[in-house]
Design a protein around this ligand. Structure first.
Ligand code: GUN
Length: 287
């Protein structure tokens, strides 16, 4: 992982994700006499990007020995039909995780569909019940990208306990849950967002910085505290290709550890989805 040509160590998310997938594969093999983990994917409509994402998830399942149960529905699917499909998957014993690929086509009520998922099968960690469990600190499935962020921080060997962690972004999918996971690990957490009065000062105070705002290179390297751990969740398409929320080239001169974009947080999301599916399967046989 440690590559230091004149800057901080690059955290290689591709390599860590590969390692996590290897761990999952060994766990799947280890529990084979008790349960065969199964992940149901539901793809509604014909969005090309969504189709690619779902294909990648199914391929990743196959590689680690997770059964992939796939449903494709037309964009014209009625809300009631989709809800009935979720009910059916909720009831199936061979399905331990359910992933309804988002966004859903126009006309479908995403929130109602997500709310219908059994929290025990909510491997995306998106249901209000999963979010409540995270807030309460009780057992439950946590969202995949935030789990990936935590795993990358752990890979650096930096213990969040007592550290100043600054999360830039407050989305339900990433920012909010990452802050809660850092709090659970005893960091002193600050949330920043578009109304934050002095973002530079907040960022400059961060021992651990998580950037999840979706604005290309919004955080210049000169703001980074020397020695910080920088996790960049941003994936922004620009004329220069994919870039993160942090200006990587200048930030890596100050950070001790930093994730690149691409090849940082991105590959972790599917790896943690596989891990969540095995957790859900094991919880189902534990009863
Ligand atoms: N669409 C883009 N990312 C995700 C994800 O993590 N989960 C689901 N269900 N849909 C997505």
């Amino acid at each position: 992982m440690a590559e230091t040509e004149g800057g901080g160590a690059r955290i290689d998310g591709t390599e860590v994700a590969k390692r996590v997938r290897g761990e999952v594969r060994r766990r799947v093999a280890g529990v084979a006499d008790r349960v065969r983990p199964g992940l149901a994917t539901v793809l509604v409509g014909d969005d090309a990007a969504s189709a690619v994402y779902v294909r990648n998830k199914r391929k990743a399942c196959a590689e680690v020995g997770i059964e992939s149960i796939h449903t494709e529905l037309p964009a014209t699917t009625a809300q009631a039909t989709l809800l009935a499909k979720v009910d059916e998957l909720n009831a199936r014993d061979d399905v331990h995780g359910i992933l309804v690929q988002l966004p859903l086509p126009e006309g479908l009520d995403e929130k109602e569909v997500i709310d219908r998922l059994s929290p025990e099968k909510d491997v995306d960690g998106l249901t209000p019940v999963s979010q409540g469990r995270l807030l309460a600190g009780t057992a439950g499935l946590r969202p995949c990208t935030p789990l990936g962020v935590m795993r990358l921080i752990d890979e650096t060997g930096v213990d969040p306990t007592g550290k100043r962690a600054v999360v830039v972004g407050r989305s339900l999918l990433v920012g909010k849950p990452v802050g809660l996971l850092l709090l659970e690990r005893h960091a002193t957490v600050t949330y920043c967002h578009s109304r934050t009065a002095d973002l530079e000062a907040e960022v400059a105070s961060a021992d651990i910085l998580v950037a999840a705002i979706g604005r290309p290179k919004a955080i210049p390297g000169s703001w980074i505290k020397p020695g910080a751990v920088v996790i960049d969740v941003g994936i922004n398409r620009t004329d220069d290709g994919l870039v993160g929320d942090v200006d990587y080239e200048s930030a890596r001169l100050r950070a001790a550890h930093i994730t690149p974009v691409p090849g940082g947080v991105g590959p972790m999301t599917i790896a943690m989805l596989l891990s969540n599916t095995v957790e859900a399967a094991l919880a189902s046989v534990r009863g």
